[in-house]
Write a protein that binds this ligand. Structure first.
Ligand SMILES: C[C@@H](O)[C@H](NC(=O)OP(=O)(O)OC[C@H]1O[C@@H](n2cnc3c(N)ncnc32)[C@H](O)[C@@H]1O)C(=O)O
Ligand SMILES: Nc1ncnc2c1ncn2[C@@H]1O[C@H](COP(=O)(O)OP(=O)(O)OP(=O)(O)O)[C@@H](O)[C@H]1O
Ligand SMILES: [Fe+2]
Length: 535
């Protein structure tokens, strides 16, 4: 089978050909490089208009070389339907429709972000990996659950590449900035910047403002570049590790243009090595935007019968990966139900190892080799101190938590009372989800944010029906409604990624919250969910 793919969501006017028998991918790309500033949507669209015909011709010529006599040139035409810049997507959509009609073959509408993920799965041969997409306009971790690629965590503001590109524009470097930051960082020293992770979500705007200010104050630009890479990539690596821990998966693939960065790949590889997971990053030509990945996913979707009629093929500039029904995969889930640990067991979370010792558990935040030593030391110390303090304070406000027996911030170790007989993930019911809602409302009422409420960070005592909150390491004090709503959002995302009936569970959490907390927080949650994140 041969499938022709067309990509043109932003900067890459690209056509590709996937030959499934040879498992060979041909890619022809004509890149748009803005003369000054960042990507301008109308200039980019003009580039698409001018460049798409020639790259498509190159892919067709390749198809003609490969097609036998009396064979059709290709079996299907696939194109990026979104997300991306509307004016660019429309040009590519029109080109793809007319080509499919001329060749009289079916049309396949591909989600560009799912294509970034599937090319990694295809090239690695991994079965059910977690995927980190680190691209220009996006940044998210995806896991397969219940027939869809679920967004386990994502940027709450701009995409990772665009954030870096904004910094480089500020210092007067030309687009794209990512490779320039990578080059400059080779000669710099680590500079401290804010580190912002909320469960598996994260944001870049605070870091970027701090980086610009540091530069404006006269800090050497190469040092700021080291700080940026060390901070931003450690955040991405940390959320990828959290996703592995939450889902129980031991395979990670990388996608997106920022994945070309060697330091990011080194960190992800080190993280996976330390936790005994397998890591795969496709070659650079498959990481940056390219039509090869569109053709490969197009072929998979075509085989699964997921083609579209011309009249249904309009583009969608906000197309989210979890909108795509994944009919080409067995309905298995990446989430594995954890079993309860026995005495003497050592559990590995994302951040720490937890040793079960009779009625005590010893939690140790081991050194993370992927992180810069200064950042690593700072995070482990801060989080240990905060976790001990917030765990105790939450209990004083009436939220069940384990007793804290000993704390050693220098060794990043806490000894807790052992609580519950199951993680919520293995014992989820609507009643228990409601209890989590109530607990979060009580915490917020006391000005405390949990920071990482997931189905693995709640323990259940099934004998006496008691629901405990654990793992306050990302917690903090605040009176901001936005932070309270983010807490609920993080918990609901973990339900979407792992629960059998997420909708009912979400409802239960919100009912529990509404009974004990502030309605304004639920309203803010709706606002967070409706935010367009592709900027
Ligand atoms: C929707 C679609 O249009 C969009 N595409 C996109 O963002 O292009 P992509 O090729 O995946 O990524 C481009 C970004 O990748 C960054 N980049 C390229 N090489 C880099 C490097 N060595 N280090 C860091 N960033 C790098 C660039 O600075 C730029 O921001 C997306 O996938 O989000
Ligand atoms: N006090 C406790 N009583 C019983 N079990 C516990 C306790 N603390 C932790 N555990 C078990 O250990 C697991 C990991 O603990 P914890 O979440 O604190 O570590 P972590 O490394 O921060 O994990 P992650 O970052 O992946 O959420 C929990 O999911 C739970 O099963
Ligand atoms: Fe992309």
């Amino acid at each position: 089978m041969r499938v022709l793919g067309i990509e043109g969501t932003a900067w890459a006017a690209s056509a590709g050909l996937y030959d499934s028998e040879a498992d060979d991918v041909f890619i022809e790309t004509d890149a748009y490089l803005p003369e000054s500033g960042g990507i301008d949507p109308s200039e980019a669209a003009e580039h698409m208009h001018n460049a798409i015909p020639a790259v498509v011709d190159a892919a067709l010529a390749e198809a003609a070389d490969r097609a036998g006599e009396d064979e059709p040139l290709v079996d299907a035409v696939a194109f990026s339907r979104g997300p991306g810049l509307g004016p660019c997507l429309r040009i590519v959509g029109t080109a793809a429709r007319s080509l499919a009609q001329t060749l009289d073959v079916p049309l396949v509408g591909v989600n560009h972000m799912v294509a970034h993920l599937e090319i990694g799965r295809h090239r690695s041969g991994f079965d059910s990996p977690v995927c980190l997409n680190a691209s220009g306009a996006n940044a998210h971790v995806l896991g397969f659950h219940d027939g869809r690629y679920r967004v386990l965590g994502e940027t709450m503001d701009t995409g990772v590449g665009n954030s870096i590109d904004k910094f480089t524009r500020h210092v007067g470097w030309s687009h794209p900035g990512g490779p320039k930051v990578e080059e400059a960082a080779k000669d710099g020293e680590y500079a401290e910047l804010p580190y912002v992770v909320k469960g598996m979500d994260f944001s870049f705007s605070g870091i970027m403002s701090a980086a610009k200010q540091a530069y404006d104050r006269g800090q050497p630009v190469e040092d700021v570049c080291v700080g940026l890479q060390e901070t931003v990539f450690a955040m991405l690596t940390e959320v990828a590790e959290r996703a592995l821990s939450l889902t129980g998966s031991d395979e990670l693939v990388l996608g997106g243009g920022v994945g070309q960065n060697e330091r990011l790949r080194e960190m992800l590889a080190a993280m996976c090595e330390q936790r005994g997971a397998d890591f795969f990053a496709p070659e650079p030509r498959f990481l940056r935007d390219n039509a090869g990945m569109i053709a490969v996913l197009g072929a998979t979707m075509y085989e699964a019968g997921q083609t579209i009629e011309i009249e249904d093929s309009r583009i969608d500039s906000d197309y989210r990966p979890d909108q795509v029904p994944v009919t080409w995969r067995e309905d298995e889930s990446v989430a594995r139900i954890p079993t309860n640990a026995a005495d003497g067991d050592e559990l590995r979370g994302a951040e720490a190892t937890v040793e079960i010792d009779g009625d005590r558990v010893v939690k140790r935040r081991a050194e993370k080799r992927y992180r810069h030593p200064e950042l690593d030391e700072r995070l482990r110390r801060q989080r240990t101190t905060l976790e001990a303090r917030l765990t105790s304070e939450a209990r004083r406000h009436g939220v069940p938590t384990p007793l804290v027996r000993e704390v050693d911030p220098r060794e990043a170790t806490i000894v807790f009372e052992r609580v519950g007989d199951a993680d919520l993930q293995a014992a989820l019911t609507a009643e228990r989800a409601r209890a989590v809602g109530r607990h979060l409302a009580t915490l917020h009422g006391a000005g405390i944010v949990h920071g990482d409420p997931t189905t693995r960070n709640v323990r259940v005592d099934t004998d006496v029906e008691r629901v405990y909150c654990i793992d306050f390491g990302l917690g903090f004090y605040t009176d901001a409604v936005e932070d309270y709503a983010m807490d609920l959002h993080v918990f609901e995302q973990s339900l979407d990624g792992t629960a059998e009936d997420p909708a009912a569970m979400r409802e239960a959490v919100e009912a529990g919250y509404a009974a004990a907390g502030d309605e304004a927080v639920i309203e803010q949650l709706r606002e967070i969910e409706s935010r367009g994140r592709y900027q």
